[in-house]
Unconditional design. Structure first.
Ligand SMILES: CC(C)(COP(=O)(O)OP(=O)(O)OC[C@H]1O[C@@H](n2cnc3c(N)ncnc32)[C@H](O)[C@@H]1OP(=O)(O)O)[C@@H](O)C(=O)NCCC(=O)NCCS
Length: 167
């Protein structure tokens, strides 16, 4: 059966709502495990307390299919100030996973667009994705979106702004 695009059903759940929903917390952990396998050992309790203490520069969220309430994607983004980039901010995304059953339906693209908007809103000069696990899916996805593949597990896009840049 041909897959249908489901992006009109997607909704972003932020940190506050995440900690209040144990089902979502467990689904997020399952999603991490599906990609990182059993090496991902974080329990719901640790996840819960970590989210509660994350700084405001971190944007951790889940993407939920409102049709069935299922977590279909996760993102963990951090904004940091970089001396290398003239003391301007860059946005590093360390976790970006779409549920296997939801891939190739533009969910990743939908999330990427939101991340770019978020990074621009926070005046970030660069949006950078760093994968802790080599994945054959990394390059095709980011190449499709015209990102620069800096290394096999690092892709970035220059978002631009008015400041000067020298390294
Ligand atoms: C990378 C990932 C987030 C992409 O999510 P997705 O929802 O499947 O991506 P999209 O459906 O938006 O794909 C957009 C385009 O990227 C390219 N692409 C995505 N997956 C691809 C694949 N498996 N093979 C070839 N091209 C692919 C295609 O050009 C696709 O457009 P098309 O389907 O019209 O051909 C997902 O594969 C994933 O979770 N991978 C495991 C985790 C990971 O590697 N994360 C990377 C950053 S840390």
């Amino acid at each position: 059966m041909e897959k249908q695009l489901i992006t009109n059903r997607l909704s972003i759940i932020g940190m506050d709502a995440l900690v209040a929903n144990t089902t979502h917390l467990q689904q997020i952990i399952d999603l991490y495990r599906s990609f990182y396998s059993q090496t991902f050992r974080v329990s719901p309790d640790i996840f819960h307390s970590t989210i509660l203490t994350t700084p405001k520069t971190q944007w951790m969220l889940a993407i939920v299919d409102t049709f069935n309430g299922m977590v279909v994607g996760i993102v963990n983004a951090n904004i940091e100030y970089s001396f290398l980039y003239n003391c301007q901010s860059i946005c590093n995304v360390t976790d970006f996973i779409v549920h296997e059953e939801y891939r190739r339906q533009k969910v990743g693209t939908w999330i990427l667009e939101h991340l770019e908007h978020y990074a621009r809103r926070h005046s970030c000069r660069i949006l950078r994705f760093i994968s802790a696990r080599p994945s054959e899916l990394f390059t095709p996805f980011f190449t499709h979106h015209e990102y620069t593949i800096v290394q096999p597990s690092i892709a970035e896009r220059y978002l631009g702004n008015s400041g000067s840049f020298s390294v």
